[in-house]
Design a protein around this ligand. Structure first.
Ligand code: EPZ
Length: 431
């Protein structure tokens, strides 16, 4: 079992390059199944969610060739419609995207109910609502979601809940349906726009992505493309939080500053300096921060995926901060871990009240999900003393080479395999 060992208190400095966006690439890779020709996808992050997605596609028969470290060529033509079983689906939420894409191509799909981060109740009713509006019969049997349609016909769909996943699945299922599909109350996240841009580059006819209403006119065929995935908004935000927590000064490159604005605005408010460039941001930490209020919202509001990392920064901001989670039922599971480090946080329902303390102290802690793990890293980097962060497989689902990138910024971090005796070397690296 691997863990990170972090000795906190080093001000981060230097430059870091942000990788391609996890939540875009896990939609774009399955979307290539809809193409009638090979596709080249660039700027792919080396994370376990990508490995799993490509493995599923390979097992279904797609020809996949790595052209270089961040570019993959996918020939989806030999791919056959196979069930995606529980042992794969439990690993990540985004296996649901195979529902939309397989339904779009084969008019049937069989995918086990998905896993992913445990953030409370995560139903898929809006996905199913969308598939049935397009003409599919949907049933859940023995943990499998089974979809079947004689043909798919465009329709008007109003989502009762603003959902990234249902919007992406709706787009994928509608791209080759007959006629016009109109999705109302659509999610506007950058990864939804990226997926639509990628499909349009393959010949799809999608307009309105990034607004509340997306219109998709079905096409008969999609051709190949070469498409580059957008940079990861949340990875960039996590480095911004890490710079703030360590009172560092770092340049974060390969970002879209517009996507970072909700995060930038909150950091500015508490006393962090942020300078924006065309495709980079510089974050300069201050000595004293003031508490603030945060309420997570769908894009362009403050992203729920940055709530834990930002809360980690607020643990040492003067006064009280109030953090309201309005997307998920239970995204405060990391709070108990931050308390081990001396944070003063109380949680009632979906609201956390953080009373700033002078400094956190290193402790053994456990990642409870992907962004929880990122928050513990941010906290540990700013804390006094050494922290051991367990269950880092969560972090590796969504952050490429986190340990190396932080080490290049001067952080005292190393990855240790607990099953192996900790070598002197590893311990020295963390001192
Ligand atoms: C996506 O999850 C992201 N995952 C999540 O990223 C992110 O936290 C979330 O969007 C919100 O931005 C991927 O893109 C792979 P939703 P998703 O459907 O699609 C409710 C991370 O850390 N809902 O937008 O599963 C749902 O319960 C992760 O990178 C329904 O009620 O999120 C939630 O309250 C974790 N019915 C809200 O909508 C449905 O059919 C938003 O969920 C679907 C969702």
């Amino acid at each position: 079992m691997e863990k990170y060992v972090i000795k906190g208190g080093v001000k981060l400095s230097g430059e870091v390059n942000v990788s391609g966006a996890k939540n875009a690439v896990v939609a774009i890779l399955p979307a290539t199944i809809l193409s009638d020709e090979p596709c080249v996808i660039e700027n792919i992050p080396n994370i376990s969610d990508v490995t799993i997605t490509l493995q599923i596609m390979r097992e279904m028969g797609a020809k996949i060739r790595l052209l270089n470290k961040t570019t993959v060529e996918i020939d989806p033509r030999p791919l056959m419609n196979m069930s995606i079983p529980y042992d794969k689906a439990k690993l990540m939420r985004a296996t649901t995207y195979f529902l939309g894409t397989l339904l779009g191509r084969f008019h049937s799909a069989h995918v086990s109910m998905p896993g992913g981060c445990n953030l409370g109740d995560r139903p898929i009713d809006q996905h199913l609502k969308c598939f049935s509006a397009l003409g599919a019969q949907c049933e859940i049997d023995g943990g499998m979601i089974n979809l079947r349609a004689d043909k798919l016909v465009g329709n008007q769909i109003f989502f009762d809940k603003n959902s990234v996943g249902a919007t992406i699945n709706g787009i994928m299922a509608a791209v080759k349906a007959e006629g016009l599909t109109v999705i109302e109350n659509a999610a506007k996240e950058p990864h939804v726009v990226d997926l639509a841009n990628c499909l349009n580059s393959m010949g799809a006819d999608i307009i309105g992505a990034g607004t509340d209403v997306i219109k998709i006119r079905g096409v008969r065929e999609l051709h190949g493309t070469t498409y580059s995935v957008i940079p990861d908004q949340i990875e960039a935000g996590t480095f911004m939080a890490a710079a703030a927590a360590t009172r560092g000064n770092i340049l974060i490159k390969n970002v879209i500053p517009k996507h970072l604005e909700p995060i930038t605005n909150k950091l500015l408010k508490i006393g962090v300096q942020v300078e924006q460039y065309d495709d980079a941001v510089r974050v300069i930490g201050g000595e004293n921060y003031v508490g603030t209020t945060i309420k997570t919202q769908p894009h362009p509001g403050f992203p729920t995926d940055m709530q834990p990392q930002m809360s980690a920064v607020l643990t040492c901001a003067k006064g009280a901060s109030m953090v309201t989670e309005s997307i998920f039922d239970n995204r405060f599971r990391y709070v108990d871990e931050l308390r081990r480090m001396g944070a003063n946080i109380s949680v009632e329902g979906r609201v956390a009240v953080i009373e700033g303390v002078e400094r956190l102290k290193g402790a053994p802690v456990k990642s409870t999900d992907l962004r929880a793990g990122a928050a513990l890293i941010v906290a540990a980097l700013g804390a006094e003393g050494t922290s051991d962060i367990y269950d880092i497989f969560h972090v590796e689902r969504g952050y490429e080479n986190m340990e190396m990138k932080l080490r290049n910024l001067g952080a005292n971090i190393c990855k240790v395999d607990e099953t192996e005796p900790v070598s002197d070397d590893a311990e020295k690296k963390a001192i």
